[in-house]
Design a protein. Structure first.
Length: 290
């Protein structure tokens, strides 16, 4: 049983799934506070469980498609499929079950939440995944399903969701954030990625152009992250935090441009892990103290 749990955690990429669910959960709370609604903790729990299952399903499909490629990379060869701890059929049944149950759970909140969840699975598993070996444009494609969790979480807070600037801006922040996030990881793991034929860096190489493009993406993130303050639904706290974190992020990326080394890229990668949850939590705090 312990071995199955370990393999299951690897199949669903537990850390990635947890980050995605965190983003959706915080956005749900932001949606409640933005509309001055009482937080429905039952619906929050439904979103968390459903989001976990749907994200786990998408990651499961991803690993099924890439099982032969995962054998080639050191960081993925111990996953359940390439290591032989789980069959493709078992992984497929688990992923289909999680996807179906997760979608049915999320549809209970509202139809739009369920549709966006299915859309995110399709984009991530069946569009982004096969494109990783074809072109760096895969990062752009993957940024769409990666930015859907805030939309899913925000709209889950309503019986009848309505489009407003708040969920669109939450989407934009997470969308732009993913470029330095992806490229930081791709730089650090480029040697391993090449074994599987993945082409994720802007020029497909660790060169100055790839570093400059990564730096530019951190620059773009600053004005985008200031949109909550500019549009008036976020205060000076979120504006100040976003600016400070954005400048730190830019500095890490500038160091990558200067040094073109893995330690600098690792700072960009780890900086991205802290940037997004801190910005989202600060925005939630801004709504709470209003």
């Amino acid at each position: 049983m312990r071995k199955f749990i370990s393999d299951f955690k690897k199949l669903i990429k537990l850390r990635l799934t947890s980050l995605v669910v965190f983003s959706a959960s915080v956005s749900f709370l932001i949606g409640c506070k933005a509309q001055q609604l009482d937080i429905n903790w039952k619906n929050w729990l439904i979103l968390t469980i459903g989001g976990f299952l749907v994200t786990g399903a998408a990651n499961g499909f991803n690993e099924i498609i890439e099982k032969d490629l995962d054998k080639l990379m050191k960081r993925t060869m111990d996953r359940p499929l390439p290591s032989g701890h789980m069959t493709t059929g078992q992984a497929l049944v688990l992923s289909l079950f999680m996807g179906l149950i997760g979608t049915l759970i999320l549809v209970r909140l509202n139809f739009l939440t369920g549709v966006l969840s299915v859309f995110s699975i399709f984009l991530y598993a069946f569009l982004y995944t096969p494109m990783k070996r074809k072109s760096p444009i895969a990062v752009f494609v993957g940024a769409f399903p990666g930015a859907l969790p805030p939309l899913i979480g925000y709209f889950a807070a309503f019986d009848r969701p309505e489009i407003s600037w708040i969920p669109i801006i939450l989407f934009l922040i997470q969308f732009v954030w993913q470029f330095p996030h992806f490229w930081g990881i791709a730089w650090v793991l480029d040697d391993d990625y090449k074994k599987a034929g993945f082409r994720l860096l802007p020029t497909t190489k660790r060169d100055r152009t790839s570093a400059v493009v990564t730096f530019i993406s951190t620059l773009i993130l600053i004005p985008v992250s200031l949109l909550p303050t500019i549009m008036g639904f976020g205060g000076y706290v979120i504006g100040g935090v976003s600016l400070i974190l954005g400048l730190i992020f830019c500095w890490f990326a500038l160091e990558l441009v200067r040094k073109l080394d893995i330690p600098s890229a690792r700072k960009v990668m780890f900086g991205s892990f802290f940037y997004l949850p801190l910005v989202q939590l600060t925005l939630l705090f801004d709504f709470i103290v209003k």
